[in-house]
Design a protein around this ligand. Sequence first.
Ligand SMILES: Cc1cc2nc3c(=O)[nH]c(=O)nc-3n(C[C@H](O)[C@H](O)[C@H](O)COP(=O)(O)OP(=O)(O)OC[C@H]3O[C@@H](n4cnc5c(N)ncnc54)[C@H](O)[C@@H]3O)c2cc1C
Length: 289
Amino acid sequence: MLLQEHIPVGTKTTMKIGGSARWYAELLTKADAEEAQRFAREKNVPLIVLGGGANTVFADGTIDALVVRIKADAVRIDGRNVVAEAGTILASLINTCAEHELDLSALTGIPGTVGGALFGNAGQGPKGTWLDSFVTSVTALVDGEWKTFSKDECDFRYRESAFKQMPDVVLWETNLIFPSRPETKIKADIERLIKRRFETQPHLKTAGSCFKAVGDGTPAWQLIEKAGLRGFKIGGVQVSEKHANFLLNVDKATFADVLAVTQKICEAVPQIEGIEMRLYGEDGKVVRS
Ligand SMILES: Cc1cc2nc3c(=O)[nH]c(=O)nc-3n(C[C@H](O)[C@H](O)[C@H](O)COP(=O)(O)OP(=O)(O)OC[C@H]3O[C@@H](n4cnc5c(N)ncnc54)[C@H](O)[C@@H]3O)c2cc1C
Protein backbone atom coordinates (compact mmCIF):
# COMPACT_ATOMS: atom_id res chain seq x y z
CA MET A 1 0.00 0.00 0.00
CA LEU A 2 1.47 3.31 -1.05
CA LEU A 3 0.68 5.80 1.68
CA GLN A 4 0.49 9.50 0.81
CA GLU A 5 -0.03 12.52 3.02
CA HIS A 6 -2.23 15.59 2.61
CA ILE A 7 -3.92 14.49 -0.60
CA PRO A 8 -6.97 16.50 -1.74
CA VAL A 9 -10.08 14.35 -1.39
CA GLY A 10 -12.84 16.93 -1.85
CA THR A 11 -11.99 16.96 -5.56
CA LYS A 12 -12.55 13.16 -5.66
CA THR A 13 -16.23 13.62 -4.76
CA THR A 14 -18.98 14.56 -7.20
CA MET A 15 -20.01 17.62 -5.15
CA LYS A 16 -16.39 18.92 -5.20
CA ILE A 17 -16.41 20.20 -1.63
CA GLY A 18 -13.79 19.56 1.02
CA GLY A 19 -10.11 19.62 1.81
CA SER A 20 -7.33 17.04 2.09
CA ALA A 21 -6.92 13.72 3.83
CA ARG A 22 -4.20 13.52 6.48
CA TRP A 23 -3.38 10.13 4.92
CA TYR A 24 -4.50 8.65 1.61
CA ALA A 25 -3.92 5.34 -0.17
CA GLU A 26 -5.27 3.32 -3.07
CA LEU A 27 -5.96 -0.34 -2.34
CA LEU A 28 -5.22 -2.94 -4.99
CA THR A 29 -5.18 -6.14 -2.95
CA LYS A 30 -6.75 -7.66 0.13
CA ALA A 31 -3.35 -7.35 1.82
CA ASP A 32 -3.52 -3.58 1.16
CA ALA A 33 -6.92 -3.46 2.88
CA GLU A 34 -5.52 -5.31 5.92
CA GLU A 35 -2.59 -2.88 6.08
CA ALA A 36 -4.93 0.11 5.82
CA GLN A 37 -7.08 -1.08 8.71
CA ARG A 38 -3.98 -1.75 10.82
CA PHE A 39 -2.52 1.67 10.01
CA ALA A 40 -5.74 3.49 10.95
CA ARG A 41 -5.87 1.58 14.25
CA GLU A 42 -2.22 2.36 15.03
CA LYS A 43 -2.74 6.06 14.35
CA ASN A 44 -6.09 5.96 16.13
CA VAL A 45 -7.88 7.66 13.24
CA PRO A 46 -10.98 6.61 11.29
CA LEU A 47 -10.58 4.65 8.06
CA ILE A 48 -12.81 6.16 5.38
CA VAL A 49 -13.34 4.06 2.28
CA LEU A 50 -14.17 6.31 -0.63
CA GLY A 51 -15.89 4.79 -3.65
CA GLY A 52 -16.94 7.15 -6.43
CA GLY A 53 -17.59 9.95 -3.93
CA ALA A 54 -21.12 10.31 -5.33
CA ASN A 55 -22.73 10.36 -1.90
CA THR A 56 -19.95 11.90 0.16
CA VAL A 57 -19.07 15.41 1.29
CA PHE A 58 -15.86 16.16 3.17
CA ALA A 59 -15.17 19.03 5.57
CA ASP A 60 -12.85 21.79 4.42
CA GLY A 61 -9.34 21.72 5.89
CA THR A 62 -7.57 18.52 6.87
CA ILE A 63 -9.58 15.35 7.46
CA ASP A 64 -7.78 13.57 10.28
CA ALA A 65 -8.31 10.09 8.84
CA LEU A 66 -6.89 7.54 6.45
CA VAL A 67 -8.98 7.87 3.28
CA VAL A 68 -8.65 4.93 0.90
CA ARG A 69 -9.98 4.15 -2.51
CA ILE A 70 -10.41 0.56 -3.71
CA LYS A 71 -8.89 0.04 -7.12
CA ALA A 72 -9.88 -3.65 -7.36
CA ASP A 73 -12.58 -3.80 -10.04
CA ALA A 74 -12.60 -7.32 -11.47
CA VAL A 75 -15.91 -8.83 -12.57
CA ARG A 76 -16.34 -12.59 -13.05
CA ILE A 77 -19.43 -13.98 -14.74
CA ASP A 78 -20.58 -17.58 -14.65
CA GLY A 79 -24.07 -18.09 -16.04
CA ARG A 80 -26.39 -15.84 -14.03
CA ASN A 81 -23.88 -15.59 -11.15
CA VAL A 82 -21.59 -12.58 -11.00
CA VAL A 83 -18.77 -11.70 -8.63
CA ALA A 84 -17.88 -8.00 -8.64
CA GLU A 85 -15.10 -6.28 -6.72
CA ALA A 86 -15.99 -3.18 -4.74
CA GLY A 87 -14.07 -0.74 -6.94
CA THR A 88 -16.16 -1.64 -10.00
CA ILE A 89 -18.08 1.34 -11.35
CA LEU A 90 -21.75 0.45 -11.07
CA ALA A 91 -22.54 1.76 -14.57
CA SER A 92 -19.89 -0.48 -16.12
CA LEU A 93 -21.23 -3.49 -14.19
CA ILE A 94 -24.71 -2.73 -15.57
CA ASN A 95 -23.33 -2.58 -19.13
CA THR A 96 -21.15 -5.68 -18.77
CA CYS A 97 -24.10 -7.61 -17.36
CA ALA A 98 -26.32 -6.43 -20.26
CA GLU A 99 -23.78 -7.84 -22.73
CA HIS A 100 -24.24 -11.21 -20.98
CA GLU A 101 -28.04 -10.85 -21.08
CA LEU A 102 -28.14 -10.22 -17.33
CA ASP A 103 -30.44 -7.49 -16.12
CA LEU A 104 -29.29 -4.89 -13.59
CA SER A 105 -30.88 -2.05 -15.57
CA ALA A 106 -33.06 -0.97 -12.61
CA LEU A 107 -29.98 0.70 -11.11
CA THR A 108 -29.16 2.74 -14.23
CA GLY A 109 -28.06 6.30 -13.59
CA ILE A 110 -26.73 5.77 -10.07
CA PRO A 111 -23.16 7.07 -10.03
CA GLY A 112 -20.41 5.47 -7.95
CA THR A 113 -18.97 2.06 -7.26
CA VAL A 114 -20.28 -1.35 -6.26
CA GLY A 115 -18.81 -0.81 -2.76
CA GLY A 116 -20.74 2.43 -2.25
CA ALA A 117 -23.91 0.86 -3.63
CA LEU A 118 -23.62 -2.09 -1.19
CA PHE A 119 -22.88 0.18 1.75
CA GLY A 120 -26.02 2.29 1.21
CA ASN A 121 -28.11 -0.34 -0.62
CA ALA A 122 -28.41 1.98 -3.60
CA GLY A 123 -31.43 1.82 -5.81
CA GLN A 124 -34.74 3.34 -6.72
CA GLY A 125 -37.11 4.95 -4.18
CA PRO A 126 -38.60 3.20 -1.13
CA LYS A 127 -40.97 1.10 -3.24
CA GLY A 128 -38.57 0.39 -6.13
CA THR A 129 -35.69 -2.02 -6.79
CA TRP A 130 -32.50 -1.80 -4.71
CA LEU A 131 -29.16 -3.55 -5.15
CA ASP A 132 -29.99 -6.08 -2.42
CA SER A 133 -32.51 -7.75 -4.78
CA PHE A 134 -29.51 -9.27 -6.56
CA VAL A 135 -27.00 -9.81 -3.73
CA THR A 136 -26.32 -13.30 -2.37
CA SER A 137 -23.26 -12.46 -0.23
CA VAL A 138 -20.70 -9.76 0.54
CA THR A 139 -17.08 -10.25 1.57
CA ALA A 140 -15.65 -7.59 3.86
CA LEU A 141 -12.74 -6.89 6.19
CA VAL A 142 -14.07 -6.30 9.70
CA ASP A 143 -11.74 -5.79 12.67
CA GLY A 144 -8.83 -7.32 10.77
CA GLU A 145 -10.76 -10.47 9.79
CA TRP A 146 -12.20 -11.39 6.39
CA LYS A 147 -15.81 -12.38 6.65
CA THR A 148 -18.40 -13.40 4.06
CA PHE A 149 -21.84 -12.12 5.00
CA SER A 150 -24.95 -13.87 3.74
CA LYS A 151 -27.61 -11.57 2.34
CA ASP A 152 -29.59 -11.86 5.61
CA GLU A 153 -26.55 -10.88 7.64
CA CYS A 154 -26.12 -7.75 5.50
CA ASP A 155 -29.47 -6.56 6.92
CA PHE A 156 -30.28 -4.51 3.84
CA ARG A 157 -33.12 -2.02 4.12
CA TYR A 158 -34.04 1.17 2.27
CA ARG A 159 -30.64 2.94 1.93
CA GLU A 160 -29.31 0.93 4.87
CA SER A 161 -27.07 -2.04 5.52
CA ALA A 162 -25.45 -3.65 8.53
CA PHE A 163 -22.12 -2.25 7.27
CA LYS A 164 -23.05 1.27 8.33
CA GLN A 165 -22.75 0.09 11.94
CA MET A 166 -19.27 -1.45 11.48
CA PRO A 167 -16.43 1.02 12.10
CA ASP A 168 -13.65 0.93 9.48
CA VAL A 169 -15.31 -1.85 7.46
CA VAL A 170 -13.85 -2.46 3.99
CA LEU A 171 -16.30 -4.07 1.56
CA TRP A 172 -14.24 -6.02 -0.94
CA GLU A 173 -16.47 -8.06 -3.24
CA THR A 174 -19.99 -9.31 -3.68
CA ASN A 175 -21.72 -12.32 -5.22
CA LEU A 176 -24.80 -11.43 -7.19
CA ILE A 177 -27.40 -13.24 -9.26
CA PHE A 178 -29.34 -11.55 -12.03
CA PRO A 179 -32.43 -12.36 -14.07
CA SER A 180 -31.75 -13.08 -17.71
CA ARG A 181 -33.28 -10.99 -20.55
CA PRO A 182 -32.35 -10.29 -24.17
CA GLU A 183 -29.52 -7.74 -24.44
CA THR A 184 -31.53 -5.45 -26.76
CA LYS A 185 -34.36 -5.18 -24.23
CA ILE A 186 -31.99 -4.45 -21.33
CA LYS A 187 -30.12 -1.83 -23.38
CA ALA A 188 -33.41 -0.17 -24.38
CA ASP A 189 -34.33 0.12 -20.68
CA ILE A 190 -30.90 1.53 -19.86
CA GLU A 191 -31.30 4.22 -22.51
CA ARG A 192 -34.82 5.07 -21.37
CA LEU A 193 -33.74 5.38 -17.74
CA ILE A 194 -30.71 7.54 -18.58
CA LYS A 195 -32.94 9.88 -20.60
CA ARG A 196 -35.41 10.15 -17.72
CA ARG A 197 -32.60 10.93 -15.27
CA PHE A 198 -31.33 13.78 -17.41
CA GLU A 199 -34.85 15.17 -17.69
CA THR A 200 -35.59 15.05 -13.96
CA GLN A 201 -32.27 15.39 -12.08
CA PRO A 202 -29.23 17.65 -12.06
CA HIS A 203 -25.88 15.94 -12.63
CA LEU A 204 -23.26 18.57 -11.94
CA LYS A 205 -21.57 19.08 -8.59
CA THR A 206 -24.11 17.25 -6.48
CA ALA A 207 -24.03 14.26 -4.13
CA GLY A 208 -27.45 13.01 -5.23
CA SER A 209 -30.44 12.88 -2.93
CA CYS A 210 -29.70 14.64 0.33
CA PHE A 211 -32.48 13.12 2.46
CA LYS A 212 -34.21 9.74 2.60
CA ALA A 213 -37.91 9.45 1.83
CA VAL A 214 -39.95 9.71 5.04
CA GLY A 215 -41.55 6.71 6.81
CA ASP A 216 -44.76 6.63 4.75
CA GLY A 217 -42.73 6.69 1.53
CA THR A 218 -43.30 10.37 0.68
CA PRO A 219 -40.25 11.54 -1.26
CA ALA A 220 -38.25 14.23 0.54
CA TRP A 221 -38.29 16.47 -2.55
CA GLN A 222 -42.07 16.86 -2.27
CA LEU A 223 -41.83 18.04 1.35
CA ILE A 224 -38.89 20.36 0.64
CA GLU A 225 -40.77 21.88 -2.27
CA LYS A 226 -43.92 22.29 -0.16
CA ALA A 227 -41.83 24.13 2.45
CA GLY A 228 -40.91 26.64 -0.28
CA LEU A 229 -37.22 25.70 -0.33
CA ARG A 230 -36.80 24.84 -4.01
CA GLY A 231 -33.94 27.09 -5.18
CA PHE A 232 -33.07 28.10 -1.58
CA LYS A 233 -29.41 29.06 -1.25
CA ILE A 234 -26.84 29.67 1.47
CA GLY A 235 -23.31 30.62 0.38
CA GLY A 236 -22.39 28.37 -2.53
CA VAL A 237 -24.96 25.62 -1.88
CA GLN A 238 -28.34 25.72 -3.55
CA VAL A 239 -31.37 23.43 -3.40
CA SER A 240 -31.78 22.36 -7.02
CA GLU A 241 -34.61 23.97 -9.00
CA LYS A 242 -34.89 20.75 -11.01
CA HIS A 243 -35.09 18.31 -8.07
CA ALA A 244 -35.58 19.74 -4.58
CA ASN A 245 -33.80 16.84 -2.81
CA PHE A 246 -30.53 17.55 -4.62
CA LEU A 247 -28.08 20.11 -3.24
CA LEU A 248 -25.78 21.75 -5.75
CA ASN A 249 -22.38 23.34 -5.36
CA VAL A 250 -23.11 26.40 -7.47
CA ASP A 251 -20.28 28.67 -6.38
CA LYS A 252 -17.22 27.50 -4.42
CA ALA A 253 -19.39 25.95 -1.75
CA THR A 254 -18.01 25.10 1.67
CA PHE A 255 -18.84 22.31 4.10
CA ALA A 256 -20.39 24.96 6.39
CA ASP A 257 -22.76 25.92 3.54
CA VAL A 258 -23.87 22.28 3.22
CA LEU A 259 -24.49 22.02 6.97
CA ALA A 260 -26.41 25.32 7.00
CA VAL A 261 -28.69 24.29 4.12
CA THR A 262 -29.37 20.81 5.55
CA GLN A 263 -30.08 22.38 8.95
CA LYS A 264 -32.53 24.83 7.40
CA ILE A 265 -34.32 22.00 5.55
CA CYS A 266 -34.53 19.86 8.71
CA GLU A 267 -36.05 22.79 10.62
CA ALA A 268 -38.55 23.55 7.85
CA VAL A 269 -39.48 19.90 7.25
CA PRO A 270 -39.58 18.17 10.65
CA GLN A 271 -40.93 14.92 9.10
CA ILE A 272 -37.49 14.34 7.56
CA GLU A 273 -35.68 11.70 9.60
CA GLY A 274 -32.59 10.51 7.84
CA ILE A 275 -29.92 12.10 5.74
CA GLU A 276 -28.73 10.04 2.79
CA MET A 277 -25.48 11.87 2.04
CA ARG A 278 -22.40 11.01 4.09
CA LEU A 279 -20.91 14.15 5.61
CA TYR A 280 -17.42 13.69 7.11
CA GLY A 281 -16.09 16.27 9.59
CA GLU A 282 -12.43 17.17 10.09
CA ASP A 283 -12.20 14.45 12.76
CA GLY A 284 -13.10 11.90 10.05
CA LYS A 285 -16.40 11.06 11.72
CA VAL A 286 -19.85 11.22 10.15
CA VAL A 287 -21.39 14.56 11.11
CA ARG A 288 -25.05 13.63 10.56
CA SER A 289 -26.82 10.38 9.78
C1 LIG B 1 -26.62 12.57 -9.82
C2 LIG B 1 -26.75 11.54 -8.74
C3 LIG B 1 -27.84 10.68 -8.73
C4 LIG B 1 -27.97 9.71 -7.71
N1 LIG B 1 -29.05 8.86 -7.72
C5 LIG B 1 -29.15 7.89 -6.78
C6 LIG B 1 -30.23 6.95 -6.80
O1 LIG B 1 -31.11 6.99 -7.64
N2 LIG B 1 -30.25 5.99 -5.84
C7 LIG B 1 -29.29 5.89 -4.88
O2 LIG B 1 -29.34 4.97 -4.06
N3 LIG B 1 -28.26 6.78 -4.84
C8 LIG B 1 -28.17 7.76 -5.76
N4 LIG B 1 -27.13 8.65 -5.72
C9 LIG B 1 -26.15 8.58 -4.63
C10 LIG B 1 -24.93 7.71 -4.97
O3 LIG B 1 -24.78 7.55 -6.34
C11 LIG B 1 -25.06 6.35 -4.32
O4 LIG B 1 -25.20 6.49 -2.92
C12 LIG B 1 -23.86 5.47 -4.61
O5 LIG B 1 -24.12 4.15 -4.23
C13 LIG B 1 -22.60 5.97 -3.95
O6 LIG B 1 -21.52 5.19 -4.41
P1 LIG B 1 -20.04 5.73 -4.27
O7 LIG B 1 -19.13 4.64 -4.66
O8 LIG B 1 -19.89 7.02 -4.98
O9 LIG B 1 -19.99 5.95 -2.69
P2 LIG B 1 -19.18 7.05 -1.89
O10 LIG B 1 -19.89 8.36 -1.96
O11 LIG B 1 -17.76 7.04 -2.27
O12 LIG B 1 -19.34 6.46 -0.43
C14 LIG B 1 -20.60 6.44 0.20
C15 LIG B 1 -20.44 5.74 1.53
O13 LIG B 1 -20.13 4.37 1.29
C16 LIG B 1 -18.93 4.02 1.94
N5 LIG B 1 -18.21 3.09 1.06
C17 LIG B 1 -18.03 3.20 -0.27
N6 LIG B 1 -17.35 2.14 -0.73
C18 LIG B 1 -17.08 1.35 0.34
C19 LIG B 1 -16.39 0.12 0.52
N7 LIG B 1 -15.85 -0.55 -0.50
N8 LIG B 1 -16.26 -0.36 1.77
C20 LIG B 1 -16.82 0.29 2.83
N9 LIG B 1 -17.49 1.44 2.72
C21 LIG B 1 -17.63 1.97 1.49
C22 LIG B 1 -18.18 5.32 2.11
O14 LIG B 1 -17.28 5.23 3.19
C23 LIG B 1 -19.30 6.30 2.36
O15 LIG B 1 -19.67 6.30 3.71
C24 LIG B 1 -26.99 9.63 -6.71
C25 LIG B 1 -25.88 10.49 -6.73
C26 LIG B 1 -25.76 11.44 -7.74
C27 LIG B 1 -24.56 12.35 -7.72
